[in-house]
Design a protein around this ligand. Structure first.
Ligand code: ATP
Ligand code: MG
Length: 437
């Protein structure tokens, strides 16, 4: 049944949802985080509507373990805060609540309405959303979500699922489909193109043809995304355990160039395939570590991703008469400062890449006491791993890599895990996510 109603002087369609009772779906409370349940129940008991929504509902239906649990409610941010002691209101563009339970943060947002016209208030000339702060109800909130499979609501009132957009049948068909007019939805927020690739890879879904088709035409819009938002997306794309497959698809759809333009150029121009191998191997190692539950840091990936442009520039400085170390330092500075204009990377990660690069040159010197002096260098392990990565990718450093393997084993430091032990990464990711809203 379709009826018409008016919000903010703009006519929109209200579609009656399909309600799937508890007996007809497989989401069990035993798979929902206890903390998320606490929040859902407390909102309900205070007389508010409360639903689990987004990636968690999707993942539960697919019998995957959700990364995080997001909740929507008709309670306003201030009302949410009154209910929870452990609650902070955050967000610039849109205020939402973070309810903290130790390490777990449950994100609670108030239903909000989408923007109804492509060039109305809150959009730029090209249709991008710049303001996003109109409260609504569940039947408004559903239309602002990106894909149908991300727009399913789990109702804590009766444990039913609420499906306005055919999300359930798309889950069954294993396809990602944008809600509404795909071109308009990408124009509102071009990051949805990256999300489409990332989620399709992560879930093993195909892109619905109409969702896939505008990407080649609108890819250029990714140029204007704030660099902090792209860093947040970079972390999700490459630190989530599917980096290699995601990288391959981003190249295939022509989106990788908007993330790493100089790397992309090096990949397009190379004939020996070395950079592709280096980058692929780095992603593959990262994926393996994520799967084993080992810590990972983007610093190492940044070193691999920017190695080709850095070394190319350093070579040109050297041929102009600069000493090797100076050439590497200058080239590192130049390449990193150009890259952070696209993706703002925190300094501790770019410093790690710099250290790894300059140590590649120092690892060449094996005479006398020099290797012993390097033993106490905090980045030696990362630099050694990078040397191995180069050797495995076809760079002419196998002999040197083998020598260092033997040397480190002899000195008892071969097994220490230092490069990936950046324990702040998860906390950091959360902080960025907050900041970008
Ligand atoms: P993941 O499993 O990676 O967390 P997710 O779909 O949960 O994937 P989140 O970034 O956690 O992604 O977002 C939660 C929900 O918010 C999404 O499922 C979707 O409903 C909505 N959402 C997120 N980003 C956008 C966007 N750019 N445009 C529209 N809706 C979005
Ligand atoms: Mg999520």
């Amino acid at each position: 049944m379709i009826k018409s109603h008016t919000t903010d002087n703009v006519t929109s369609l209200v579609i009656k949802p399909r309600i799937i009772p508890r007996s007809d779906h497989n989401i069990s409370r035993s798979n929902i985080s206890e903390n998320a349940l606490k929040v859902l129940y407390r909102l309900k008991n205070a007389g508010y509507k409360s639903y689990l929504v987004g990636g968690s509902v999707r993942d539960l239906l697919l019998e995957l373990k959700p990364k995080d649990f997001d909740i929507v409610t008709d309670a306003r941010p201030e009302q949410i805060r009154e209910l929870f002691r452990n609650c902070r209101l955050i967000g610039r563009r849109f205020r939402l609540a973070h309810v903290r339970f130790g390490r777990e943060i449950i994100e609670v947002s108030t239903f909000r309405a989408p923007h109804h016209t492509a060039k109305g208030e809150g959009h730029t000339e090209d249709g991008r959303i710049v303001r996003d702060n109109v409260y609504g109800d569940i039947d408004d909130d559903v239309w602002r979500r990106d894909f149908t499979v991300n727009a399913l609501f789990y109702n804590i009132e009766d444990f039913s699922l609420v499906d306005y957009v055919g999300g359930l049948s798309d889950i069954k068909a294993r396809q990602l489909r944008l809600i509404g007019d795909p071109e308009e939805r990408y124009r509102e927020d071009p990051v949805r193109m990256l999300r489409a690739i990332r989620l399709a890879v992560k879930l093993g879904f195909t892109l619905h043809p109409a969702t896939e088709q505008p990407i080649t035409k609108l890819d250029y819009m990714l140029r204007d995304i704030p660099s902090a938002r792209l860093f947040e997306e970079f972390m999700k794309l490459f630190m989530g355990g599917c980096a290699l497959a995601t990288y391959i698809q981003l190249r295939r759809y022509g989106l990788f160039v908007y993330l790493f333009p100089e790397t992309s150029q090096a990949l397009d121009e190379e004939i020996d395939g070395f950079t592709h191998k280096l980058v692929s191997n780095a992603f593959n190692n990262t994926d393996a570590r994520v799967k084993e539950g080992k810590p990972v840091t983007p610093g190492f990936l940044i070193a691999a991703l920017l190695w080709a442009p850095m070394i190319r520039l350093a070579e040109s400085y050297k041929s102009n008469g600069l000493a090797e170390m100076d050439a590497i330092h200058l080239a590192s500075d130049a390449v990193i400062s150009r890259q952070v204009k696209n993706i703002s990377m925190p300094r501790r990660f770019t410093h790690m890449a710099r250290d790894i690069w300059s140590l590649q040159s120092r690892l060449k010197h094996r005479q006398g006491n020099r290797p012993n002096r390097l033993l106490s260098h905090p980045r030696l392990r990362a630099a050694y791993d990078f040397l191995m990565l180069r050797a495995d990718s076809g760079d002419n450093v196998r002999e040197s890599a083998n020598w260092w393997t033997e040397f480190l084993v002899k000195n008892g430091s071969r097994d220490t895990e230092s490069f990936a032990s950046d324990r702040n990464t998860p906390r950091h990711t959360r902080r960025r996510r907050r900041d970008a809203r």
